[in-house]
Design a protein around this ligand. Structure first.
Ligand code: ADP
Ligand code: ASP
Ligand code: MG
Length: 440
């Protein structure tokens, strides 16, 4: 069986919902994972922020406007009077719940419940749309099987067992629809897989049922060789290895949630990236096949903080790095890049929620310098560190101040740390000289 995930844009308009219907209506049994309609999760986050900032009227205003846009969409989507009224009833109950949230005190639990409504709305509406079109489908509530543990990792044995139970309740159905992104945590509270998490839902389910393939349907024809939001003349890549895709997703290629590849690589389940608006385009196939050496794609990750930790006695002091790493571990903050010299170690983090506490601890053993607003530029390709083009990087970026370089950590990745203000220029130059064959 295949798992097909459709993102926010794919379920964000009547026309695209119709495209999704045509893509999935081919008689094969499949699991369909849906995101919230595009823009909804951002608005739900904004509503939760208003509640956190004690501005309930702002929140109510946003809730009422969002309710209105859903009413308009339902009127266009569901021409069947019975279904139209039934779905409007469900949608009203969701918006009543959101209004009730504005009277409550803010908590992370409240926020998680608010942001979960986007996927609950989209799946309910889309399932009813399929009924209207005479396509039989069943809604499987993600909260009955999707769960993370205390480390926020998917609880695979639980998911496997409970997904099987869910699917067995509707054995004869061909199309199973479920919510991406949302899950329960280890305390049975509503939680989520972080922004963009519907991709992760799809591969977690794919691994749990040993799917034949996972397809991620989005608004672009596959993974491009550079970030199309910032760079001109990017092109789709037809094939990527799991390793290459994992590096690109982790280092900022927004088309995939950072953890998308993790659940499926061990079982060698291919992941295909496809365009809902252009289903005939090849897209990108992520599999265990590695292709030619060389720089294949570039991604960038923002909001990076660089920390330089300087100790006069670093090399002599056994256990210094251990001490440093323990501090990051205590505050559950993962390190992305790291470089060392005789007297200092520089490293980067993308989660600075505990930065003040980390600095306080580090200052007990070293002098600290912090640089915020940094970006990691990551060049990815099979055996990229061995390729003859690699030497060109310094020529291409001769005008850019490179703060750190990570070379050889993996043979598929070279990472550079630059000030975020230099990011777009660096990405464009790398694109022009490495992929557009402009000569140096
Ligand atoms: P969805 O809502 O379908 O999950 P996303 O917005 O999360 O879609 O991801 C698709 C978007 O990712 C594209 O529209 C594109 O702007 C952006 N993107 C960033 N980097 C890349 C890349 N390297 N290749 C393709 N798309 C990328
Ligand atoms: N709706 C969620 C988000 O916007 C999850 C997703 O789209 O993948 O982050
Ligand atoms: Mg996404």
């Amino acid at each position: 069986m295949k798992v097909l995930k459709f993102g926010g844009t794919s379920v964000g308009s009547i026309e695209n919902m119709c495209n999704v219907k045509n893509i999935i209506n081919n008689g094969n049994k499949k699991i369909v994972v849906l995101s919230a309609m595009s823009g909804t999760t951002n608005l739900l986050v904004a509503i939760a922020n208003d509640i956190a900032n004690k501005e309930p009227n702002e929140a109510i205003d946003k809730i009422n406007k969002l309710h209105e846009t859903y009413t308009v969409t339902i009127d266009k989507l569901l021409t069947s009077k019975v279904l139209n009224e039934e779905v409007k009833g469900y949608v009203s109950s969701v918006f009543d719940f959101l209004i009730a949230c504005t009277y409550k005190a803010f908590s992370i639990g409240l926020e998680n419940n608010i942001v979960a409504q986007g996927e609950l709305l989209s799946t309910y509406m889309f399932n009813s749309y399929l009924q209207q079109e005479g396509i039989s489908s069943v809604l499987l509530p993600a909260l009955s099987f999707m769960r993370i543990d205390e480390d926020k990792e998917p609880n695979i044995p639980y998911i496997k067992e409970n997904f099987e139970v869910a699917i067995n309740t509707a054995k004869n159905s061909d199309i199973y629809i479920t919510q991406g992104f949302i899950c329960l945590d280890d305390n049975d509270e509503v939680s989520n897989l972080q922004r963009g998490g519907s991709d992760y839902t799809a591969t977690i389910i794919g691994a749990a049922i040993k799917a034949e393939e996972v397809q991620i349907w989005t608004d672009i024809d596959g993974m491009h060789n550079n970030d199309p939001r910032y760079v001109e003349n990017t092109n789709p890549i037809s094939n990527l290895s799991f390793d290459e895709a994992a590096e690109l997703a982790y280092f900022g290629a927004k088309i995939l949630h950072p953890q998308t590849v993790t659940p499926v690589r061990a079982d060698n389940i291919p992941v295909r990236l496809k365009n809902t608006m252009n289903p005939d385009a090849h897209g990108t196939l992520i599999s265990n096949i590695t292709s030619e050496n060389g720089i294949k794609a570039i991604a960038a990750k923002d909001n990076i903080t660089a920390i330089k930790i300087k100790s006069a006695r670093m090399l002599q002091a056994h256990g210094f790095l251990k001490k440093v790493f323990e501090i990051f571990e205590t505050y559950r903050t993962s390190i992305d890049m790291i470089t060392t010299s005789e007297v200092a170690v520089s490293l980067t983090i993308d989660d600075d929620r505990n930065l003040d506490k980390i600095i306080k601890e580090l200052e007990k053993v070293a002098t600290i310098e912090i640089d915020k607003n940094q970006s990691i530029i990551c060049l990815v390709g099979h055996s990229v560190v061995n390729h003859q083009d690699t030497y060109k990087l310094f020529q291409i970026l001769q005008d850019v101040k490179i703060r750190m370089i990570s070379y050889g950590g993996s043979k598929n990745n070279i990472s550079l740390l630059v000030d975020t203000k230099d990011k777009i220029n660096s990405l464009q130059k790398l694109n022009d000289y490495l992929f557009e064959l402009v000569t140096l």
